[in-house]
Design a protein around this ligand. Structure first.
Ligand code: 13P
Ligand code: SF4
Length: 356
């Protein structure tokens, strides 16, 4: 991994901004910058396209002509772009240390161990593995190899429905909350959900019978940015502003999603705010950079955070790192996924793009 040279750290903000504008002009159509909704505004100012995880993976797959894709988001998103890119393209990530703690909660060895128990508990039955986009590429490959797929917060319900037509059980990792919120939408009863805790479940003497009774097995993982939101925050908002609407991301707990008026992906949240009547109040339960941007884009509405919660990994990317990548286009911090993993992960991602 290459580290940001000191010269870039010392530059003043205006020099950085004009440097980025100049490099973008020079590279023209050879370059596409993709930015996730949680990126800070100073980065989004230079993004050619902005989106949620699903939208950005579609955009990455749709780029035919450009030579360079610079991905401003966390690592699993940049890796998905690398998996979906054309042969002549190069994908670069301004900060490869920008990971996702939720994605890190499931590693291939622990998932493989869990899978052996889950698939082995009922040899006559069929299990489909589904991984949230917020996961390492080897887990996407794991799903690709076993008739499974990837999903994002925009299409987890569609993924569950797709998998339920093909199998008796779904094994979903690594976000428990997204799994539980989607199960509620899809009408999967709580009693049919088994929580797989990689620390505890392997030694549970009753695990085989529990697996047989379950139709949905969820990995015990969570996003620390979204589990900061509490039902009490929403209760207080309702007391103070009874006409306000509350919209949250489905990585929040079931209790928070139940207390809100609506829940959906970051793109869904943007749409919700766009469609809210002028003059209305909307409280948002997701990452603060997106909330602040929506507030400044909609001055005719009162947009607030449910609680201030920042994703420190998304925040690692800044204009200085972006300029450095553009100066070293095609060279530094190229995203790498090994070819065997890539091929199988692509199968799982393409299945997702089909059922979305
Ligand atoms: P979206 O797919 O909704 O953009 O979510 C990505 C994410 O990391 C949420 O924490
Ligand atoms: Fe990962 Fe949560 Fe940050 Fe999304 S908000 S990238 S799930 S840590």
């Amino acid at each position: 991994m290459d580290l940001l040279p000191d010269a870039y750290r010392k530059m003043d903000p205006e020099e950085i901004r004009s440097g980025i504008r100049k490099r973008k002009e020079e590279l023209g159509k050879r370059l596409v910058i993709l930015g996730h909704h949680y990126q800070r505004q100073e980065v989004i100012d230079f993004a050619d396209h902005l989106g949620d995880s699903l939208g950005l993976s579609r955009l990455a797959a749709a780029q035919e002509d450009c030579e360079f894709i610079v991905f401003c988001g966390v690592r699993f998103m940049a890796e998905s772009a690398e998996i979906l890119r054309r042969d002549h393209q190069k994908v670069q990530h301004p900060d490869p240390k920008s990971g996702c703690p939720l994605a890190d909660m499931a590693d291939i060895a622990s998932v493989q161990r869990a899978w052996d128990r889950v698939a082995g508990a009922d040899p006559g039955g069929k299990v489909i593995p589904l991984t949230y986009m917020n996961s390492d590429s080897d887990l996407k490959a794991f799903c690709g190899e076993r008739e499974g797929a990837v999903c994002t917060s925009s299409n987890t319900r569609a993924a569950f429905e797709w998998a339920r037509e093909k199998a008796d059980k779904i094994f979903f990792f690594p976000d428990e909350n997204l799994g539980r919120n989607t199960a509620r939408q899809a009408g999967i009863p709580q009693e049919e959900i088994l929580l797989w805790d990689p620390e505890v479940s392997p030694t549970d003497p009753d695990i085989e019978s529990r697996i047989r009774e379950a139709t949905l097995i969820l990995w015990k993982g969570f996003c620390h940015v979204h589990t900061d939101f509490q039902p009490d925050h929403i209760r207080r908002i309702r007391e103070e502003d009874p006409s306000a609407k509350v919209v949250v991301h489905p990585e929040c707990s079931v209790e928070v999603v139940e207390a809100a008026d609506a829940a959906g992906s970051t793109e869904y949240i943007c749409r919700y705010v766009r469609e809210a009547p002028s003059g209305s109040s909307v409280y948002i339960g997701t990452e603060i950079n997106l909330v602040s941007r929506l507030a400044s884009e909609h001055p005719d509405k009162k947009i607030f955070e449910v609680f201030r919660s920042l994703c420190p990994n998304m925040f690692r990317i800044d204009p200085a790192k972006l300029l450095w990548i553009l100066d070293e286009i095609g060279e530094v911090n190229r995203v790498h996924v090994d070819p065997g993993t890539k091929e199988l992960a692509k199968v799982a991602l393409e299945r997702m793009l089909k059922f979305s």
